[in-house]
Design a protein around this ligand. Structure first.
Ligand code: HEC
Length: 180
């Protein structure tokens, strides 16, 4: 289950700032220039070694010791998609995965983890319905409910004992964002 940890976010905050500098070619106007293939490290805005480490961390899917699930930041914040995830990109990746699975049943794209399947709350780790992700580009963000907030059960009309709520959120761009 994808639970961003405060320590993970704090750790990667610097990495993120660095990686954004790393993938934005310096144009003098502060704008990213579009689409010319190879990315060069832009070391004008920070120490080059830190920027290189940030870029690596942003693309690292093996953050297991930090509680990761095989995903890298770039799996959702796609550098080729302005660090967002469009429904079209999610759909294309899902279709590509299905095609690969016809030849290799272990083919994987970490974007499609059960935690972001529509049926995760019912089927847990066996969940497979990714409609919301591929049609709308949305992922599940689970938030704990404050102790004094109750959800009303629509069937009974009574307060339920649920302690968290699932929100479906779009992957926002991470340009010009720093976590300190
Ligand atoms: C499962 C997909 C996913 C992964 C993996 C992911 N993010 Fe995100 N990220 C999101 C979504 C969705 C939001 C928006 C959350 C919301 O609005 O509730 C977001 C928001 C953010 C924001 C806030 C942007 C703003 O403008 O406020 C930052 C910064 C960020 N992510 C950085 C990271 C970093 C760094 C990593 C890697 C450690 C990462 N994300 C991994 C989906 C993801």
């Amino acid at each position: 289950m994808y639970k961003p940890k405060r320590s993970l976010i704090a750790f990667l905050g610097f990495a993120l700032t660095a990686v954004i500098a790393a993938v934005m070619p310096h144009t003098g106007s502060g704008q990213a220039s579009q689409g010319n293939g190879a990315m060069e490290l832009n070391c004008d805005d920070g120490p080059c070694d830190a920027i290189a480490r940030g870029r690596k961390a942003f693309n690292d899917g093996k953050l297991k010791e930090l509680g990761g699930n095989g995903r890298s930041c770039a799996d959702c914040h796609m550098p080729s998609d302005s660090f967002q995830l469009s429904p079209a990109a999610a759909r294309a990746r899902f279709d590509a995965l299905q095609e690969k699975r016809q030849h290799n049943k272990n083919a994987d794209d970490p974007l499609f983890r059960p935690v972001d399947a529509d049926d995760f709350r019912i089927n847990g780790d066996n969940a497979t319905d990714f409609s919301n992700l591929i049609e709308n580009g949305l992922v599940r963000v689970t938030m704990p409910l404050p102790l004094n907030v109750k959800l009303i059960d629509p069937v009974t009309g009574q307060p339920s004992d649920e302690t968290f709520v699932d929100l479906w959120r779009a992957v926002m761009p991470v340009f010009n964002v720093a976590i300190t």
